[in-house]
Design a protein around this ligand. Structure first.
Ligand code: EPU
Length: 421
């Protein structure tokens, strides 16, 4: 298990390039199970979660080949129907195999993802939708089993906005018989990216990116041929890196059209943005101003950027209010930030962040992916050395983040702490 040792206090200056989106890639990889051909994905990020999803597809009988940022997935021999516990427990997104498996093979057996570090995260909406499409759902030995000779189109109103729920049902509906109407859908850009790839493969989908998606089922789909959208959360994280170190980063391939809420808040905090041919240049000269934020489904402020914004606000000139509304336990980073000298009080799902003049390096521990990013950002600004343990969380979702930051002037060492405990 690796840890990062970061010597903070230096402005980052340089250029970073954003990789393809993790949360777009994972459903796209599962969508290849809807076909029996050789799919080709480009701009695929090199991440632990992507490799885990590759392992899941291989377990199901697919052949997965990769070269640089390209991935070929041949589902010609994908006769498997089970996503086993060992894989699902390391990556909840494995649940995205359920819709495609039942739609294509008539049966999907997926280990039930338990709660995780950020909350309970049930999948009742996924199951309710599949059931409405005619699947028989059973729970057995920790697995959820969905069975249907052929799914049939249905009108499904989801009780809450769920990203992977919307994606799972959209993938199921593209091979169902007849028309499906999915209501109260997630409008995240990753849902739109998935719909775009499926449409190019022959699916008939209207309305992705709005709250109602209408799908006319098809008998079969061709293989996917798609370039993955850039990762908006990675881009947002580098924006904060520029701001928190009072540096200047040119961020190439930042999907600004998907970052309106994030850029809005960062501008409110005093960060400067300038469009240039090298990418968007984000800079800051002085301490950030306090801002208040409430996370929400897209186009609201993303929960996946909440921890990183909070890192910035710990050094602001006043008091900020950060309210998390998507996950019930996503303020775990606050106790680690306090170890660096931040002043944060948490009541329920709300944190009051009182800006301090400086943070000071300390040993800290990452609890989930975005909490790790938050700690890296805080460490970049802190005086002295910060040791961040459990960075395997970070490697799940940020492609070579230490290398990218080092290229912009950060002092970071990665050391091995021995096998994961
Ligand atoms: N929920 C239910 N029932 C369901 C589904 C969701 O109650 O059937 C609840 C969840 O417990 C949560 C809320 O609805 O409180 C929203 O969860 P959602 O289903 O939208 O989350 P997700 O699809 O499991 C994806 C991303 C997350 C991101 C969230 C919210 C992927 C692979 N994961 O998760 O990404 O935080 O949407 O935007 O797309 C990350 O990248 O760090 C990450 C956690």
């Amino acid at each position: 298990m690796d840890k990062l040792i970061i010597e903070g206090g230096k402005p980052l200056v340089g250029r970073v390039k954003v990789a393809g989106s993790k949360n777009a890639t994972l459903p796209l990889m599962c969508a290849t199970l809807l076909t029996r051909g050789r799919s080709h994905l480009r701009n695929v990020p090199d991440l632990r979660d992507v490799r885990t999803m590759g392992r899941l597809l291989t377990t199901l009988g697919a052949r997965v080949d990769s070269r640089a940022d390209e991935l070929w997935i041949d589902t010609g021999g994908a006769e498997g129907q089970e996503a086993p516990y060992d894989l699902v427990k390391t990556m909840r997104a494995s649940v995205l195999a359920l819709g495609p498996l039942v739609a294509k093979t008539g049966l999907g057996r997926v280990s039930l993802p338990g709660g995780c570090a950020i909350g309970e995260r049930p999948i009742d909406q996924h199951l309710k939708g599949l059931e409405a499409m005619g699947a028989k759902i059973e729970l057995e030995g920790g697995y959820v089993i969905a069975r249907a000779k052929r799914l049939k189109g249905a009108d499904v109103a989801m009780d809450l906005v769920t990203v992977t729920g919307t994606e799972n049902l959209m993938m199921a509906a593209v091979l169902a018989k007849g028309r499906s109407v999915l209501r109260n859908c997630a409008r995240e850009p990753e849902v739109v990216d998935l719909a775009r790839a499926l449409k190019a493969a022959g699916a008939r989908i209207e309305g992705a990116g709005t709250s109602t998606i209408v799908i006319e089922g098809a008998d079969e789909l061709g293989p996917l041929e798609h370039t993955v959208m850039p990762d908006r959360i990675e881009a947002g994280t580098y924006m904060v890196a520029a701001g928190i170190t009072r540096g200047e980063l040119a961020i190439a391939d930042a999907p600004l059209e998907h970052l309106t809420a994030v850029v809005g808040k960062l501008k409110e905090a005093g960060l400067r943005f300038q469009q240039t041919p090298r990418g968007v240049v984000v800079s800051a000269r002085r301490a950030p101003k306090p801002v208040s934020v409430i996370t929400g489904p897209y186009p609201g402020f993303p929960t996946d950027m909440q921890a990183q914004l909070m890192a910035l606000l710990t050094l602001s000139t006043g008091s900020s209010l950060v309210q998390e509304t998507i996950f019930e336990n996503r303020l775990m980073h606050t106790s680690e930030l306090r170890r660096l000298g931040a002043v944060v009080e948490v009541t329920g799902s709300t944190a009051v962040v009182k800006g301090v003049r400086k943070l000071t390096g300390a040993p800290v521990m990452a609890t989930d992916l975005r909490a790790s990013a938050c700690l890296v950002l805080a460490a970049l600004a802190a005086e002295g050395e910060t040791h961040i343990s459990r960075v395997y969380h970070l490697d799940r979702g940020y492609e070579r983040i230490d290398q990218k930051l080092i290229a912009a002037g950060a002092t970071i060492r990665r050391v091995s702490e021995g096998p994961p405990k």
